[in-house]
Design a protein around this ligand. Sequence first.
Ligand code: ATR
Length: 277
Amino acid sequence: MTDRYAVIGNPIEQSKSPLIHNAFAQVTGQDMAYTKLLGPLGGFAASVDAFRAAGGRGMNVTAPFKLDAFAYASDLAPSAQMAGAVNAMKFEGGKVYAENFDGVGLVRDVVHNLACPLKGRRVLVLGAGGATRGALLPLLAQGPAELVIVNRNLAKAQALLELARQHPGAAVPVRALNYADLNGDAFDVVFNATSASLTAQDLPIPTSVFAHGCLAYDLTYGKGLTPFLQRARQAGVTRLADGVGMLAEQAAEAFAWWRGVRPDTREVIVCLTVPLV
Ligand code: ATR
């Protein structure tokens, strides 16, 4: 029998997950169907209950339900606990196993697809919201020389600092700064994990943050040359990336977790790439 999976969100029309997972299923020969599910606001649990009752095997979770999924899960993986949010669920008997693959997807894209090792590198992360929280441990696990988190609201960056210090990888020096404190420091990898690119907002970063040969990576997907990437390019950065690879890699992690086979992401990344212009 064909196994059923879905992505739940509201809105959901924009989701690329069905395209990605159905492509993965085809190339790996898995007998599964993956669809979109519009969850009514306030009706997350009832929607997931109904999907499970109809034989659903697993789900991806997108906005605004990642915290609802966190509450719904019976078994939270450390990645979900650390991120404080869930983006993938697996249903087995009465159990709801929950993961968050965004951070590991990001790291795999950077290290494997973009061939940019993070070990020993100076890493700057802009933003201290959910995206940064999810990426924190996988980034630290790579052993960068240092990790700096910059946020408008410094208290939020400091809270992440505390979280980082309680976990493995605690040997990596981690600092929390305001944008105004950035002058002078240069970094090998600069991640934009703010939501500013969604609304084409610029960030007050000095060009000096981009070290020679730096990778500038915007976690947002499909917005072309965002103000952040534009700024990096103006500063002479030639290695620019958006979140398309992260999107594909977090999906591949979920697919492997559900099906026991890891799909190659190259074709999906090529198909979904929006030029950075
Ligand atoms: P997400 O889950 O996408 O990370 P979030 O938790 O709402 O979303 O976090 C959004 C992040 O983007 C925050 O770090 C926010 O900064 P503040 O905490 O200071 O509000 C950051 N952000 C959004 N718009 C920004 C802008 N125009 N300039 C700087 N930071 C911005």
